[in-house]
Every structure is written in C-alpha cells, then in structure tokens.
Design a protein around this ligand. Structure first.
Ligand code: DAT
Ligand code: MG
Length: 145
C-alpha cells in the first residue's frame, strides 16, 4: 500500500455538538496522522467549486445549502492506504442504508439524511490531490509525506 494523504471533511451538522465533534476527531487521530487541519465556513461559490462535478443533479441545490449552513472541519489524513481506509471508515453515501449494512461506519452513526451525511472522503489519488489543494494550497500534498 502506498503512503497517501486524503481529505476528510466533517460537515456542518457535526458542529451542533462540540463533544461529539471532539470524540470523532479523537477516533480519527487514533488511526491516521492528521497532517493538516482547518476549520472554514464556505461561501456558496466555494461549495459550487468543490462540488462542480455534481452540478445539475437533483440533490445539488440541497448539497450546496447544507455545506454552507455552518462550519466545516477539513483534515488531511496521512497513512499507508489512507484514501481507501477513510472511505471505508465513513461508509457509503446513504446513512440509512449504512445503519442496516455497516452500522459501525461513521455515516451510520452520525449521518442524518442522504444529503446531510456528515462526512466527506476523497475517492481517488487525483481527487485527493485536487481537494487537498482546495483547502491547504499547492505545496501541501507532497510535503505531508
Ligand atoms: P460521496 O460523498 O459518498 O463520495 P458523492 O460524491 O456521490 O458521494 O456525492 C457528494 C455528496 O452529495 C454526498 O456526500 C451527499 C450528496 N449526495 C450524493 N448523492 C445524493 C443523493 N442521491 N441524494 C441526496 N444527496 C446526495
Ligand atoms: Mg464523492
């Protein structure tokens, strides 16, 4: 497995409860090196740029309003096989489906709806590079290793 850095997002609904947010970050820190960390509040333009690939889909307006409804915590997670491991730890897109199929995943435990699913994880090496640059600038991905 390659040493990788992936982008994790803790989405706005998680900021409703500070203790829950802290507990989740501790769980993550136990399994990954947190190489960079940044709390941001997105403008509509930020959300539209990040999720450009989904423009035109039925859920896109809901996704943009959700992601601009409060703060987001961006974490750069470094580990061998980090991209796949973080995607497995959060589970797939739909929390209700995860509560049936994979109840130990983070989306099963914290996700509210298909749109408000509490977490993001980069889906490939190329996505991770683009998304890390989006939050942390150009130099970061290579230096993180
Ligand atoms: P993922 O975040 O699991 O990689 P994605 O990239 O296909 O999923 O979509 C990005 C986000 O858009 C996803 O986290 C939540 C929202 N979304 C995707 N599909 C959806 C759907 N069918 N209904 C509602 N929201 C959806
Ligand atoms: Mg995706």
């Amino acid at each position: 497995k390659c040493l990788e850095t992936t982008l994790a997002l803790l989405k706005p609904d998680l900021f409703a409860d500070h203790q829950t947010l802290c507990n989740i970050e501790q769980r993550i820190a136990h399994l990954f090196r947190i190489s960079a960390r940044r709390k941001v509040i997105w403008t509509t333009g930020d959300a539209q740029r990040f999720y450009a690939e989904h423009q035109g889909k039925p859920f896109y307006p809901r996704l943009i309003s959700y992601m601009t409804s409060g703060p987001i915590l961006a974490l750069a997670l470094t580990k061998h096989g980090a991209i796949q491991e973080w995607r497995e730890m959060i589970g797939s897109t739909r929390p209700a489906q995860m509560r049936i199929e994979r109840p130990t995943t983070l989306r099963a435990q914290f996700g509210l709806t298909d749109t408000r699913n509490s977490f993001h994880g980069s889906d490939s090496v190329a996505s991770a590079e683009r998304e890390l640059e989006f939050f942390f600038g150009k130099k970061l991905p290579n230096q993180l290793h």
